[in-house]
Design a protein around this ligand. Structure first.
Ligand code: AP5
Length: 219
């Protein structure tokens, strides 16, 4: 199954993607996670992306298109993928279409997580992230041990782009560039709107129901 997670910053894309990889047994491909790793490793890509990301701007299309095009050839992504944070602009969506078409594949579902802006800002201001596995924690889903990741025990930190000024810029980038993708994919009948308000478990149940009305993936 080839899926895209669409939704504004803080909608819960990463949180839900990390749950669905277990349930659906398909890997997540998060361009944000790939870029944050490049920044942490100080690679040439990371050096270029760092100032853009921390100020809440998008990284140029050709860079992220290249990351995804390369990933699609890796064995991990052959049986399906869950794209989180990509595409984010119409040119990225067109590049993805071309990349999939040449491999005889297509997008089956676009999960559109809908959350009101006041809640998004509240979630981002309370977010702590694991720098190693990129799992996010918040007031409603805190780690078991304060300040430490449940998965690997790493110390949690606040993402530089969760500062208020960067959050404002990210919301603006979403409204002016990424929101256009809803219409792009609606025309193909693949958009599944999901109410993203409620507990992480409740949102997960809604996603599973939307993907699988017959209950094959229920547990
Ligand atoms: P990216 O990492 O993709 O960030 P984003 O889209 O801004 O999304 P977030 O990770 O902030 O939010 P999320 O929806 O994943 O929410 P989360 O699950 O963490 O991109 C970062 C940057 O990289 C971009 O700004 C850009 O510079 C660059 N970039 C990446 N991809 C790019 C591309 N394709 N093109 C160009 N540039 C690109 O949840 C948020 C918080 O809420 C957490 O604390 C979580 O614990 C909590 N939470 C989640 N669900 C719930 C719930 N149901 N109830 C209560 N709390 C919840």
């Amino acid at each position: 199954m080839n899926l895209i997670f669409l939704g504004p910053p803080g909608a819960g894309k990463g949180t839900q993607a990390k749950r669905l990889i277990d349930r659906l047994r398909i890997p997540q491909l998060s361009t944000g996670d790939v870029l944050r790793k490049a920044v942490a490793d100080g690679t040439p890509l990371g050096v270029k992306a760092k100032p853009l990301m921390s100020s809440g701007q998008l990284v140029p299309d050709e860079i992220v298109n290249g990351i995804v095009d390369e990933a699609l050839d890796q064995p991990t992504y052959q049986k399906g993928f869950l794209l989180d944070g990509f595409p984010r602009t119409v040119p990225q969506a067109q590049a993805l279409d071309a990349a999939l078409q040449k491999r005889g594949r297509k997008i089956e579902h676009v999960l559109l997580l809908e959350v009101p802006i006041e809640l998004l800002v509240a979630r981002l201001s309370g977010r702590q992230t694991c720098p190693k596995c990129q799992t996010s924690y918040g007031k409603d889903n805190p780690p078991k041990k304060s300040g430490l990741c449940d998965n690997d025990g790493e110390s949690l930190s606040v993402r530089p782009d969760d500062q208020p000024e960067s959050v404002r810029r990210r919301m603006m980038e979403y409204e002016t560039k990424t929101a256009l993708l809803t219409g792009y994919y609606k025309a193909r009948g693949v958009v599944r709107p999901i109410d993203g308000v409620g507990s992480v478990d409740d949102v997960e149940k809604r996603i599973v129901r939307a993907l699988d009305p017959d209950g094959e993936h229920e547990r």
